[in-house]
Design a protein around this ligand. Structure first.
Ligand code: ADP
Ligand code: MG
Length: 645
């Protein structure tokens, strides 16, 4: 009611950005582009769109504020609607994948950067917006990087055509300001003075072998030594790890002595249901302590009250590109120094605090200064496909803030041409097939496999395999029970290869109604299998939209393997007389990975998803294929019929 509204207005006036309100608006008024820098929690994301709206000149148009993360877009929109005393979806709304909570009166729209990119496919001039605020720019996701170029182009074209100007505001916590300013035509930089208290930094004296274990130990050390109501924020890397750490903390806490304060343990990660996410914003009851176990989402995109201690494992899950397989993988890697400082800063927002870095000072010194932009780590064929779908004609000369090398761009275009997604005219052009591929949130090779399924009537099976390949490993192999795991899982192994083994596992899992205990007994990862079921559902929706018939080929595995060839013929290997394999493309010696179901066999031809270089170069995720199938999907690539043994 109005009491709450008054209270929230008081809160708004206490934020650091409030004192700079007039200066900020006055400075922004004549500028077409600007960069706004301020500490996490200073009020950028929640306040600046409101200020612009309150002082706005183009009341008919919207203000967009993009977020790299879906959760951030939703929680911030909820907060701002509350601050404005308005219902969510009226003046303030949000838009994320599979969810649009905006209405005809919406003027402030929080959205993921991916959604604004999708909108730009249909409206390249972004005509519905007076202002686009690109928030959390230091994260440098692929979507944000591509958006930079898209909004810059829209701004220039609107100016040229004498339309209402598009204002671009780039917002972030600390980042390489000059680099951004140069890219946006020397845009001026505005700083918001933040309040930051000193944070004491502690390092470990020895490198830690198990960062999750060290994090748990640190939580209880802080808990025993500190007075209640000093809350703890722990940075881990992903959902599964966080859920299991939360469970351990709760279990251990049960055995603590009666006089230690009660612990309230909250997980925080992108996929957490939103009712549980809101719990972290609630104030901790007097005499107890809150422990929040979060991914890097708590680094800058959301602000949490009352944090006095930060426990930083120095790890983050990041997308990395494997140039051999062409696949992006999520992998746990070390953070950058910039991330480490953001994390420690979370302990000093309301009072002096402490940050426990669970790594040594020399490990810190070896961290890179800034996070490498995703665009320099990820598969470019996906980016090129998306740019073409956006209607960008000259993709090779697209105005990237950090341009990838010419070779990697050209490689990507060549790969797309081989997949039938583009034709190379003077400039590469999207084919109708390519347009369909761009619709799938998948690497182009996997999208191609899905499209190929139509000709072989096996989309049901292909969707299963693609989904199982798109999640983290479906296997669960405890180090102490490796032999048991291999023996128990032997019954799933397919003689045609690992893709069909995945199909067997998925079918068996569905056959027992996704039973958790069954997964445990069979050394399978139940959570990842459940995610695969969910991914499959989403992919099926896209197939339905594209009117692709979801048919099953029953027991005919030939059809399935022919489809896989359509996407992965570039990853083929051939058996030599001496019993050694070489890749067809570059004659590189390779071996079948010992974990493969065909490790003991010597088929003449195989395709693989990825190469892993250890002591030898191993092929992983293989299927046995026929020479003719390979030749038939790409005669121009192989040029000659492959010899049959
Ligand atoms: P910045 O973008 O500069 O990091 P924000 O605008 O996100 O800052 O946050 C400003 C303040 O609003 C924070 O101090 C935070 O406490 C508060 N806040 C933001 N979102 C919520 C929410 N969902 N619930 C309660 N408080 C919130
Ligand atoms: Mg923010």
């Amino acid at each position: 009611g109005s009491l709450n509204y008054t209270h929230l207005q008081d809160e708004r006036r206490k934020l650091p950005i409030y004192t700079t309100r007039h200066r900020l608006l006055k400075a922004l008024q004549p500028m077409s582009s600007a960069i706004v820098i301020g500490e996490t929690g200073s009020g950028k994301t929640t306040q600046l769109p409101q200020y612009l709206y309150e002082s706005g000149q183009h009341k008919k148009l919207m203000i967009a504020c993009t977020q790299p993360r879906r959760v951030a877009a939703i929680t911030v929109a909820q907060r701002v609607a509350e601050e404005m005393g308005d219902q969510l979806g009226h003046t303030v709304g949000y838009c994320v994948r599979f969810e649009d909570c905006t209405g005809k009166d919406t003027k402030i729209k929080y959205m993921t950067d991916g959604m604004l990119l999708r909108e730009a496919i249909h409206d390249p001039l972004l005509k519905r917006y007076s202002t686009v605020i690109l928030d959390e720019c230091h994260e440098r996701t692929i979507h944000t990087d591509v958006l930079f170029g898209v909004v810059k182009k829209a701004q220039a074209e609107r100016k040229e055509r004498g339309m209402i100007l598009l204002k671009i505001i780039v917002m972030s916590a600390t980042m390489d300001v000059d680099h951004f300013s140069n890219y946006f035509n020397k845009a001026p930089v505005l700083y918001i003075e933040g309040r930051q208290y000193t944070v004491k930094i502690m390092y470990t004296s020895e490198p830690q072998s198990d960062y999750v274990f060290s994090a748990l130990a640190a939580v209880f050390q802080v808990h025993e030594e500190s007075p209640p109501n000093e809350d703890i924020l722990v940075f881990l890397t992903g959902q599964e790890e966080i859920e299991s750490a939360v469970k351990s903390i709760k279990d251990i806490a049960k055995d603590l002595s009666q006089d230690s304060p009660p612990l309230i343990v909250c997980p925080m990660y992108a996929a957490l249901p939103s009712n549980l996410q809101l719990r972290i914003f609630q104030h901790t009851p007097k005499g107890s302590r809150k422990v929040i176990v979060a991914t890097n989402i708590a680094e800058t995109s959301i602000t949490i009250h009352g944090i006095k201690h930060v426990i930083d494992t120095g790890k983050v899950k990041a997308k990395v590109f494997n140039p051999f397989s062409g696949l992006d993988l999520l992998k746990v890697v070390n953070t950058s120094k910039a991330q480490a400082w953001q994390r420690s800063g979370r302990a000093g927002r309301e009072a002096p605090g402490t940050c426990y870095r669970l790594y040594t000072e020399s490990e810190y010194d070896q961290m890179r200064d800034n996070t490498l932009p995703e665009i320099q780590r990820c598969n470019l064929s996906s980016v090129i496909l998306q740019l073409l779908a956006l209607g960008i004609e000259d993709v090779l000369n697209f105005d990237f803030m950090d341009k990838p090398s010419k070779e990697s761009l050209e490689n990507a275009v060549n790969q797309l041409e081989l997949l039938g997604a583009v034709i190379k005219d003077i400039k590469p052009k999207l084919t109708p097939e390519g347009r369909k591929m761009a619709d799938f949130p998948l690497e182009p090779r996997l999208a191609k496999v899905i499209l190929a399924a139509k000709d072989h009537s096996c989309l049901e099976e292909i969707l299963t395999i693609v989904s199982a390949l798109s999640v983290d490993s479906v296997y669960h192999t405890p180090a102490s029970k490796k032999d048991d795991a291999v023996a128990v899982r032997n019954k799933f192994m397919a003689s045609e290869g690992d893709h069909l083994t995945l199909l067997n596992i998925y079918r068996a899992y569905k056959g027992v109604n996704c039973n958790k205990q069954w997964c445990h007994d069979n050394f399978l990862n139940g959570r990842n299998l459940r995610t695969a079921v969910d991914v499959k559902k989403q992919l099926k929706e896209i197939c339905t939209r594209q009117q692709l018939p979801v048919e099953s080929c029953g027991q005919d595995t030939t059809a399935i393997r022919k489809c896989l060839c359509a996407g992965f013929f570039m990853n083929a290997a051939e058996l030599q007389k001496e019993g050694q394999y070489v890749t067809v493309s570059s004659r590189k010696p390779v071996s079948i990975h010992p974990s493969s179901s065909i490790f003991q066999c010597k088929p003449a031809y195989v395709i693989y998803n990825e190469l892993i270089q250890t002591s030898k170069c191993y092929m992983r995720d293989l299927s046995v294929v026929d020479a003719d199938w390979l030749y038939d999907v790409a005669p121009s690539y192989f040029r000659r019929k492959l010899s049959k043994k």
